[in-house]
Design a protein around this ligand. Structure first.
Ligand code: AQP
Length: 323
């Protein structure tokens, strides 16, 4: 029997290279070999998005982009979190075994409120809802970016606490990180993040994309001097997309170290790489945008599969607690 994976992304803005490098690329690589559940974390996005129209558009766009990036609806169950409302029931059940200090320790709440997000209870407890999302389909692995490791550990802790008290109800999943992905920096060198306004969208029109890449913050080393690639945001992004062993990455690193190369040149190389790497995805996205019926069908099928599996797990949890 195939092992199962689950992961999701919040529709809190346009998907970016960080989401691709840390998460989506893994989903695509694992489909076929694994049973795949990938969802759009619409309830989670309520912690940051208060405009209903924006939220609706983001949700639809993420589904289109998942498929454009290479997720195959024939091999992956793609669904919307709010089409499977039992996850919120599981979230409540888990919140009743979650000690408050577990949430106090979660770093993303501090990071996000420090960046100006409203300090809501939803944001504070979102790792519990995330645990419910994950545990609800009994996955073996959760492919995520490095920044999410703490949340997968919280998920395991909560499952263990629940199982310890009520018996073996939840399966303990492991996180899966892509070997050389790391946390991708954004235009300002901080973690690339939808809500930080520092993202690179690989689907942007070419001219806009090139202009945007010119904004990546670099240091002031003069053109003729040697430069250190590993501390440069442009190079880090290039390496994450092309791969560390790719000849183009090796050549670019050599150019940095040799001197005589300006950052403008590296930014141009990055733009060329993105346009090349995502060439097929960009075309597929155009086609999908013109076919809303297909996207609806994918979501209906995905929701049906997810509801069946989540229903089973919810029933187990209900019984265990005495409901
Ligand atoms: N910069 C990144 N580098 C590597 N992986 C990343 N991920 C996000 N940013 C990077 C991975 O993408 C998946 C989706 O994450 P999410 O949208 O559910 O939440 P997030 O991690 O908080 O992503 P963002 O873009 O930063 O969204 P906002 O700004 O709304 O919080 C996860 O697997 C994550 O690791």
């Amino acid at each position: 029997m195939k092992k199962r994976i689950l992961s999701g992304i919040q529709p809190s803005g346009q998907l970016h290279l960080g989401n691709y490098a840390g998460a989506i690329r893994q989903f695509v690589e694992m489909q076929g070999e694994y049973e795949v559940y990938v969802f759009v974390a619409s309830y989670h996005a309520l912690t940051s998005t208060r405009d209903p129209e924006v939220l609706g558009n983001n949700i639809r766009q993420i589904v289109i982009d998942y498929i454009a990036f290479g997720l195959d609806p024939k091999q992956a169950n793609i669904y919307l979190q709010h089409d499977v409302p039992q996850v919120t029931e599981l979230s409540w059940i888990l919140s009743c075994v979650c000690p408050k200090h577990m949430m106090d320790k979660a770093t993303s709440y501090k990071d996000k409120t420090a960046k100006g997000l409203a300090a809501s209870i939803g944001l504070y407890t979102y790792p519990i809802l995330q645990a419910a999302d994950i545990l609800s389909v009994d996955p073996d692995f959760v492919p995520v970016g490095e920044d999410q490791i703490q949340h997968i550990e919280i998920t395991r802790d909560l499952a263990q606490k629940f199982n310890h008290h009520y018996g073996e109800v939840f399966k303990l999943p492991a996180h899966r990180i892509r070997a050389d992905a790391g946390v991708l920096p954004g235009l300002d060198g901080e973690k690339m993040s939808k809500s930080y306004g520092n993202t690179i969208d690989p689907f942007m029109p070419e001219k806009k994309l090139r202009k945007l890449l010119n904004k990546i913050v670099t240091d002031s080393t003069p053109m003729e001097d040697p430069k250190e690639p590993e501390t440069c945001t442009v190079y880090k992004i290039f390496k994450a997309i092309a791969g560390s062993d790719d000849q183009r990455t090796v050549d670019l690193a050599n150019q940095y170290r040799a001197g005589g190369m300006g950052y403008g040149h590296a930014k141009k190389a990055l733009a060329d790489l993105i346009l090349d790497h995502f060439g097929d995805a960009r075309k597929r996205r155009e086609e999908l945008m013109a076919d809303p019926g297909y996207v609806e069908k994918v979501l209906a099928d995905g929701a049906a599969a997810a509801r069946e599996k989540v229903g089973e797990v919810t029933e187990r949890a209900r019984k265990a607690v005495g409901l």
